[in-house]
Write a protein that binds this ligand. Structure first.
Ligand code: ARG
Length: 465
C-alpha cells in the first residue's frame, strides 16, 4: 500500500518528514477510500466548472477527465495503489492523477480545499446510501402490509405490561410496526432534503478568489443549490448526526419488533415460526432453534445509538470552521449505514417467510380474559356506570380464575349472578371475533379496518416511487 517516496502535497513549509507513527495516526485512507467514486465525481464537476470559468484550458480539462476515468477503473478493479503516506482518499487520488497526466493534475485543486471536498464527498455518499436504505425500508414495509392482509382476521392477544389486554388482529399488530417505519421513512427523507446543499466553493473556510460558479457545481452534482455560508459548509456535520438519529430510531423500532419475535418464537408463546434458514442451532443442545436474526438486530441497535452519541460528542466543542476532529465522523457514520441497511435487509427477507400459528394466538387471547372490557362495555350500554361495570366484571373474572373458566364459557345464570343486566345476547360480545369486529373505526383492529388500512398503506408506498 505504501510509497515511501511520496512527498506530501502540503510539504512546502516543512523541514522534516512526518513521524512514522504520526503518519499512520493522522491518516484516514484506510477507511475514507470508501468515498473514492464520489470524490472523483466531485472533482469532475469542479474541473468542468473551472474550465467554464476560464481557469482551466479545454485541453487540461480533457486530460483530467481521462485521468480520473482511468483512476476510477483502477479503484473499481481493486488495483489502485493506496498510500498511507498520502493520508486520505483526496490526496491519494490527486497524487495519482498528477502521476498520470502531469501538470494538469496539479491544477485540479485550484479554488478548492480538502475541507469543502470532504464535506461534498460525504454528502454525495450519504445521499446515495439514504436511497439504498430507503429501498430496503420500502421492501420491509411492503412485506408487513402483505402480512397484515394475509392475517387481517387472525386473532391474537393484544398486550399491555406484557399481560393479555384485549384481543387484536395479527394484521393490525403488523400495521402498527408499519406506521413507525413510515415515520422513519419521513425522517430519512427530511434528512436527505437538508443535507442536499453543495459545500464546493467554500474552499478551506472563507471561499476563494477565483471566478467560480457555485450554482453550476451544485447543479452538476444534483444538489438543490450551493451551501449559503462558506464557514458552515465546511464545519457542519449535523447532516451526519441527523442521519444517525433517524437511524437510531429505526433501529430502536426494529429492536422492539425483534424482542417480540424472540418472545413469539419461544415454546412458551409459540405464536409464530421462523423458517430454519433464518435461525441457527446450538452446538450442545440438539433441540435448539435460535432466532438469531432478530436477536442480532436487537443487539446491533446498541451500536447505532452509540454512534449517534459518539457524533454528538465529536461535534460539541469544536470551534468554527473545519477541525481535524471531523475526520472522526466517518467510521461511525459508515458503520451506521452498513448496520441499518443490513438489518432492514434481513427483516425484509424474513418477514414474508414468517408463519403465524393462528390456533395458538387465538387460544392465548381466549385464556387471558381478553374480552373482559367488552363485557364491561356491554353493561355500560345497559345503563350501568363504567366504574360499577368494571367492578362487576372484575368479580366475574375472579370467579373465572378460581374455576378455570373463560367468560364466554360461563353459563348465562352464572353471569347473571354478577349482574341481572346480563341477558343471553351477551355471548355475542364475549367472543373474540365479536370483540375485534366491534372496534370498527379509523385505526381500529376490526378485520375490515385492517384491510382498508393495509390498502391505504400500500398507496402511500406506491406514491414514493
Ligand atoms: N481526511 C480529512 C477528513 O476526513 C480531509 C480534510 C482534511 N483537511 C485538512 N485541512 N486537514 O476530514
Amino acid at each position: 500500500m505504501d510509497n515511501p517516496k511520496a512527498s506530501k502535497p502540503w510539504g512546502g513549509r516543512f523541514t522534516e518528514s512526518t513521524d512514522a507513527f504520526v503518519e499512520r495516526f493522522t491518516a484516514s485512507v484506510s477507511f475514507d477510500q470508501r468515498l473514492a467514486l464520489h470524490d472523483i465525481r466531485g472533482s469532475l464537476a469542479h474541473a468542468e466548472m473551472l474550465v467554464r470559468a476560464g481557469v482551466l484550458s479545454d485541453q487540461e480539462f480533457g486530460s483530467i477527465c481521462a485521468g480520473l476515468a482511468e483512476i476510477r477503473e483502477e479503484i473499481e478493479a481493486g488495483r489502485f495503489p493506496w498510500s498511507v503516506a498520502l493520508e486520505d482518499v483526496h490526496m491519494n487520488i490527486e497524487a495519482r492523477l498528477t502521476e498520470r497526466i502531469g501538470i494538469a493534475g496539479k491544477k485540479l485543486h485550484t479554488g478548492r480545499s480538502r475541507n469543502d471536498q470532504v464535506a461534498t464527498d460525504i454528502r454525495l455518499w450519504l445521499r446515495a446510501e439514504i436511497d439504498n436504505i430507503d429501498a430496503e425500508l420500502t421492501r420491509l414495509q411492503s412485506a408487513l402490509i402483505a402480512l397484515a392482509e394475509r392475517e387481517a382476521a387472525t386473532i391474537m392477544p393484544g398486550f399491555t405490561h406484557l399481560q393479555t389486554a384485549q384481543p387484536v388482529t395479527f394484521g393490525h399488530h403488523m400495521l402498527a410496526w408499519n406506521e413507525m417505519l413510515e415515520r422513519d421513512h419521513g425522517r430519512l427523507r427530511d434528512c436527505r432534503v437538508r443535507l442536499n446543499s453543495c459545500p464546493l466553493g467554500a474552499a478551506a473556510l472563507a471561499g476563494t478568489s477565483y471566478p467560480i460558479d457555485r450554482e453550476l457545481t451544485a447543479e452538476l452534482l444534483g444538489f438543490d443549490g450551493p451551501a449559503r455560508n462558506s464557514l458552515d459548509a465546511v464545519a457542519d456535520r449535523d447532516f451526519a448526526i441527523e442521519f444517525c438519529a433517524a437511524a437510531a430510531l429505526v433501529m430502536t423500532h426494529l429492536s422492539r419488533f425483534s424482542e417480540e419475535l424472540v418472545l413469539w418464537t419461544s415454546a412458551q408463546f409459540g405464536f409464530v415460526n421462523l423458517p430454519d434458514r433464518f435461525c441457527t442451532g446450538s452446538s450442545i443442545m440438539p433441540q435448539k432453534k435460535n432466532p438469531d436474526v432478530p436477536e442480532l438486530v436487537r443487539g446491533k441497535s446498541g451500536r447505532v445509538t452509540g454512534h449517534l452519541m459518539g457524533l454528538l460528542m465529536l461535534m460539541k466543542s469544536q470551534p468554527l470552521a473545519y477541525n481535524k476532529d471531523n475526520q472522526e465522523d466517518k467510521e461511525p457514520l459508515f458503520d451506521t449505514v452498513d448496520t441499518l441497511r443490513d438489518c432492514l435487509h434481513a427483516f425484509a427477507d424474513m418477514m414474508p417467510a414468517l408463519s403465524v400459528n393462528a390456533a395458538v394466538t387465538r387460544e392465548a387471547a381466549r385464556r387471558g380474559f381478553a374480552t373482559a372490557t367488552d363485557l364491561a362495555d356491554y353493561l355500560v350500554r345497559r345503563g350501568l356506570p363504567f366504574r360499577d361495570a368494571h367492578e362487576v366484571v372484575g368479580k366475574a373474572v375472579a370467579h373465572g380464575v378460581a374455576t378455570g373458566t373463560d367468560l364466554a364459557d360461563m353459563p348465562l345464570e352464572t353471569l347473571r349472578g354478577f349482574s341481572r343486566l346480563i341477558t343471553d345476547d351477551v355471548f355475542a360480545v364475549l367472543t373474540l371475533e365479536g370483540s375485534v369486529s366491534a372496534r370498527d373505526h379509523i385505526g381500529g383492529t376490526a378485520p375490515a379496518r385492517v384491510l382498508a388500512a393495509a390498502q391505504a398503506a400500500r398507496e402511500l408506498l406506491a406514491a414514493r416511487a
